[in-house]
Write a new protein. Structure first.
Length: 133
């Protein structure tokens, strides 16, 4: 496990663009079909927009039709942390960055094989590094 990054809300606010702060730190959700990685098929690695940790590979991304970038697997299980989320009166599983704790999205069990998982991730929580998979 890589060292944890711990920053105050004020520090994050200084470093992140407001729309990224709203998702990563305030656990917001971008409107569907608006994110720059929803339809994005270039080969490469998706990294955390908060701390740069590698999170997902382009060859494990698929089009779920949800309007958000969807992956059936993280690069490895220690890159993300799964947290029970009972907000909005429904039980979901939140996905946060395993290194900085930034909110990424949620994971559902209606994804494709071989995992059956759908990591539903905000484009605003990601940056992209071309190549290298
Ligand atoms: Fe992070």
């Amino acid at each position: 496990m890589e060292p944890k990054i711990s920053k105050s809300k004020e520090e994050w606010k200084r470093e992140l663009a407001p729309e990224k702060f709203q998702v990563l730190i305030d656990k917001g959700t971008e409107p569907p079909f608006t994110g720059k990685f929803n339809k994005h098929d270039t080969e490469g690695i998706y990294v955390c927009a908060g701390c740069g940790q590698e999170l997902f590979r382009s060859n494990e991304k698929y089009d779920s039709g949800s309007g958000w970038p969807s992956f059936w697997n993280p690069i490895s299980n220690d890159k993300v942390e799964l947290v029970p989320d009972n907000s909005l009166g429904i039980h979901r599983t939140e996905v946060v960055c395993g290194r900085c704790g930034g909110h990424l999205g949620h994971v559902f069990n209606d994804g494709p094989q071989p995992t059956g998982e759908r990591y539903c991730i905000n484009s605003l929580a990601l940056d992209f590094e071309e190549g290298g998979i």
